[in-house]
Design a protein around this ligand. Structure first.
Ligand SMILES: C[S@@+](CC[C@H](N)C(=O)[O-])C[C@H]1O[C@@H](n2cnc3c(N)ncnc32)[C@H](O)[C@@H]1O
Length: 298
C-alpha cells in the first residue's frame, strides 16, 4: 500500500491508518492511499459508514486485454501496463460485480453516493443490479459521458459515450453540490448554469499532459466534476478499481481524502508516482493486505 497526505483540506483518515504520526497531523491535511489488491478482499477491511462517494470504473467486459496505447513509450509514458477485461459470460461478469458491491455497501455513509462507470455492453444489466441492491427509489442519475474522440461506423451511429449510473444510499439525504458550467444560450451568455446529465468532456488525446500511459485512463476533468458534485469538502472518496489514479488525484486536488484499490501492481506504481509528481507527498509502502495495515510512514 502507498499512502500520502497533502495540506489542502481537513484531516480525516477513513480507514484508521494515518500517513503521519498523530501528533504532527494538521487540520488542513488530506490523506490518500492506494492498495494493491482485489476490491473484494480489500473491502473486508473497510470500516462501516466511512465513505462519502464511491466511484467504480471496473473493466467493462470488452472481451479483450486492455493495454497501454501504442507509441506511449515514444512519448515517455508507461507502455507496458495492461489488465484483462474478459469474462466467460455476462452473467459471470455481473455476479463478479454484485459480490464486490455487496461487500462494499456497509462502508458507505448514510449520506453517501455510488457511481458505476460502464458502457453499452453492460449498462442495462448493471442498472438492474443497482436497482436490486440499492432500490429503484435511490436512483439519482444516468449520466452520459460524451467524449467525442474515436472512429465511426458505416453500420450504426458512432458510439461516443460511456454511462455512469449514480445511486444514493438514501435518496432523502445524499450529498449533492450541482456543478456549474458556462451557459450557451443567448439569454444567459457569459453566465454559469447547472450542468445537465450529459457531460461533454473530451477523452484524453495522446498528447494530453495528464496522460500516464495506463490503459482506459479517464480525464481528470470528468472525475473533478463527479467528486465535487457527490462528496463534501474533507469527505472520503473510494475508487476500488483505481487504475492510473484519476479519482485519487481529483479528490486530493479538491480537498477530499481518497482510497484507491487496484489488482494491478503497475497501477499502484503509476498512482503513487502520479500523486507524488503532482506534489501530493507520500508514499509509504505497506503490506498490500488491505487498506488498514499497520504500516507507518517512513
Ligand atoms: C477501467 S480501469 C480503471 C481506469 C481508471 N478509472 C483511470 O482513470 O485510470 C479498471 C481497473 O480495474 C482494475 N481491476 C480489475 N479487476 C479488479 C479487482 N478485482 N480488484 C481491483 N481492481 C481490479 C484493473 O487492473 C484496472 O486498472
Amino acid at each position: 500500500m502507498a499512502k500520502g497526505r497533502t495540506r489542502r483540506s481537513r484531516n480525516l483518515t477513513p480507514f484508521g491508518a494515518s500517513a503521519s504520526p498523530a501528533n504532527d497531523r494538521e487540520e488542513s491535511a488530506v490523506d490518500w492511499q492506494v492498495v494493491k489488491g482485489d476490491w473484494l478482499s480489500a473491502s473486508a477491511e473497510f470500516p462501516r459508514e466511512a465513505v462519502d462517494f464511491l466511484y467504480a470504473d471496473p473493466p467493462f467486459n470488452t472481451g479483450k486485454t486492455r493495454s497501454s496505447p501504442a507509441r506511449a513509450a515514444a512519448r515517455g509514458r508507461e507502455s507496458d501496463a495492461a489488465y484483462p477485461d474478459r469474462w466467460q459470460t455476462m452473467g459471470e461478469y455481473i455476479a463478479w460485480l454484485h459480490e464486490r458491491l455487496v461487500a462494499t455497501l456497509p462502508a458507505m455513509k448514510r449520506t453517501g453516493v455510488l457511481a458505476l462507470h460502464c458502457d453499452y455492453r453492460a449498462c442495462h444489466h448493471i442498472r438492474l443490479l443497482l436497482d436490486k441492491l440499492l432500490g429503484e427509489a435511490n436512483f439519482v442519475n444516468h449520466l452520459i459521458w460524451s467524449y467525442g474522440l474515436g472512429g465511426s461506423s458505416p453500420r450504426r451511429f458512432a458510439r461516443k459515450h460511456d454511462d455512469i449510473l449514480v445511486y444514493a444510499i438514501d435518496a432523502d439525504r445524499y450529498f449533492f453540490e450541482p456543478p456549474m458550467v458556462p451557459a450557451t444560450s443567448q439569454r444567459l451568455r457569459g453566465k454559469l448554469k447547472k450542468a445537465t446529465d450529459v457531460l461533454d468532456i473530451p477523452s484524453l488525446n495522446n498528447m494530453a499532459a495528464e496522460r500516464t500511459g495506463y490503459p482506459t485512463q479517464k480525464p481528470l476533468e470528468l472525475l473533478t466534476v463527479l467528486v465535487g458534485a457527490f462528496s463534501p469538502p474533507g469527505g472520503t472518496v473510494l475508487d476500488p478499481c483505481c487504475g492510473s489514479g484519476t479519482t485519487i488525484e481529483a479528490a486530493a486536488r479538491l480537498g477530499r481524502n481518497a482510497i484507491g484499490i487496484d489488482l494491478n501492481a503497475r497501477a499502484v506504481e503509476i498512482v503513487t508516482r502520479r500523486l507524488m509528481t503532482r506534489g501530493f507527498c507520500g508514499p509509504t509502502v505497506g503490506t498490500g493486505r488491505g487498506p488498514n495495515p499497520s504500516a507507518r510512514p517512513a
